[in-house]
Design a protein around this ligand. Structure first.
Ligand SMILES: [Cu+2]
Length: 537
């Protein structure tokens, strides 16, 4: 073996687009701006998030363009409404437009801390929290939506209280942020939540997660032995990832040996359903970066080159860590990109493995910190969106393999139209996306632990035509204000399947994995995901 085959490839990382300092700049400009000040007056308010948005240019472009706009979300507690400030980054102050809205954005960590302060003012709960008989934690759902006569809800954050002493009782309460009052529930928890005495999950480290919108995009290049690029892709940290509820670690412009494989790849939909609806169902968000253990060097804010494999909660068995963001490391012949996410008590692992031989392994892992819900059997569903552009956006063809064949004698048949599919391990069913001009192709091979959809999971694979704006089903992880609790949690990717022709078009494949979590039968799997393997390259 030559020297080169032993040498570990370098990983070159370059910052792309604005960083966290831009968020600080926008935050300052928004809170100081006369238009915002006029809207808010003397109102008690909080800046919940600042997001940078991609340019609104139609169609796909070879050259990726960094975010050029911002949207700041402020909650006005005095008037129980959202104040939005939007504008362009080239003239933050001059371009600012201000509007109001009535929806309930997800809370961030600072707002949760303020909700705990509201509890501290309560004559009963305050002394118990101060005396450490009750320990506050972030529960699911994150918001309590008690409907007012006019159909709206006052901003009320859910706060979990775990007993730390005999005699104290587990409870999930509501902190009304408008009146700074506490609401308590007959069952000890609001609808959809559970505050039973028995709890499951790892001890909660309570380290603050990254809020939504912290900028961070990185161009990664892995040169091969001869110096030409083996892999190149743009990584977007979960906090800045796209989608209604974000999408974990996101990739754009993924190239293997210089040729385009994926225009975009991420996991924009994640939800969980409990047997007998013991809790939830919940739609989860994928932007809050939780803490993992990664030892190495920070290449840029939010990205760490780790010399050894980063340890997530699934590997270390502990919720604590020394880093939040995206860790990147080499393991055997793979370049691994990983981040840990949190939503309430859930902990998720968003991991992508790029093998030197062209294989991509998107992975998703499931864990939780102490709570009462996860003691009940539940089903996690994760939906990856693979915007394949094999060589080009156009001229992509999706084929499916079955053995025995469903259209004999050929094992493969072509999907001429959009389709919703089930996994069939008994038929070794798999899919292929192929460029009809060059013959280059990638296979999509289901993972052995990926399960089969139940009614809630809807389906396993959706083969769709690329259409602008179809990044996810648009259903927010914040409970709806007007509907009964969480009716919208199931994925609605099916609405994109309207029978469009897809042969020789630009295609998108959604792939779902379904993981049944029974904490009483621990240490099976916890990690799901398919294999994307070059068939011809
Ligand atoms: Cu679980």
């Amino acid at each position: 073996m030559s020297e080169n085959e032993h040498a570990d490839p370098r990983i070159e990382i370059e910052v792309f687009g604005p960083g966290p300092e831009t968020i600080d700049e926008v935050s300052q400009a928004v809170l100081d701006h006369p238009l915002v000040r006029e809207q808010l007056g003397e109102a008690r308010h909080r800046l919940l998030s600042v997001r940078l948005l991609e340019p609104t240019v139609g169609g796909k472009h070879e050259e990726l363009t960094p975010p050029d706009r911002y949207r700041a979300t402020i909650y006005d507690y005095t008037n129980n409404r959202v104040v939005l400030a939007t504008g362009g980054l080239d003239d933050i102050r001059g371009s600012m437009e201000v509007s109001e809205a009535g929806h309930q954005p997800l809370p961030n960590r600072e707002e949760f801390d303020e909700a705990v302060e509201v509890l501290l003012e309560d004559g009963d709960l305050g002394p118990a929290i101060r005396g450490r008989r009750l320990a506050p934690y972030r529960p699911m759902p994150p918001l309590v939506e008690t409907e007012l006569p006019d159909g709206r809800a006052e901003r009320t954050l859910a706060v979990g209280l775990l007993p730390r002493e005999r005699g104290a009782r587990h409870e999930i309460v509501g902190a009304n942020m408008v009146h700074r009052t506490v609401s308590r529930f007959r069952e000890g928890a609001p609808e959809g939540a559970l505050a039973a005495a028995a709890t499951c999950g790892l001890p909660n480290a309570n380290q603050a997660a990254t809020p939504r919108g912290v900028a961070g995009q990185f161009q990664v290049t892995i040169p091969g032995a001869d110096g030409s690029p083996l892999w190149s892709f743009l990584v977007i940290r979960p906090s800045a990832s796209s989608g209604t509820n974000a999408s974990g670690v996101e990739f754009q412009n993924v190239r293997y040996r210089g040729k385009l494989v994926l225009f975009q790849a991420h996991a924009p939909i994640l939800n969980v359903q409990y047997d007998g609806n013991a809790c939830g169902p919940f739609r989860d968000w994928l932007f809050e970066e939780s803490w993992l253990q990664a030892d190495g060097t920070d290449v840029a804010p939010g990205i760490r080159r780790s010399q050894t494999p980063a340890q997530t909660i699934l590997a270390s068995g502990t919720d604590s860590g020394n880093f939040r963001g995206v860790a990147i490391y080499r393991q055997r012949q793979e370049t691994v990109v990983v981040s840990e996410l949190q939503a309430g008590w859930y902990r998720y692992v968003s991991q992508w493995r790029f093998h030197d031989n062209g294989t991509i392994r998107p992975r998703f892992g499931f864990s939780a910190v102490q709570n009462a819900c996860v003691c009940n059997v539940h089903h996690h569903h994760v939906y990856w969106r693979f915007d394949f552009d094999i060589g080009t956006a156009e001229n992509n063809v999706v084929r499916e393999f079955n053995s025995p064949p469903i259209f004999p004698p050929d094992n493969w048949h072509t999907h001429n139209f959009e389709a919703t599919r089930r996994r069939r391990p008994d038929l070794s069913r798999r899919w292929q996306v192929r460029n009809s001009q060059t013959g280059d192709a990638y296979n999509l091979i289901p993972g052995p632990e990926d399960g089969v959809a139940d009614d809630f999971g809807r389906a396993d694979v959706w083969i769709l035509r690329f259409n602008e704006g179809e990044v996810d089903d648009g259903i927010s992880a914040a409970p709806s204000q007007t509907e009964p609790s969480q009716p919208n949690a199931p994925a609605d990717i099916g609405r994109f399947n309207n029978g469009e022709a897809i042969r020789n078009q630009d295609v998108v494949v959604w792939y779902a994995a379904h993981f049944t979590h029974d904490v009483h039968e621990e240490e099976v799997g916890h990690i799901v995901g398919p294999v994307l393997r070059p068939a011809q390259w």
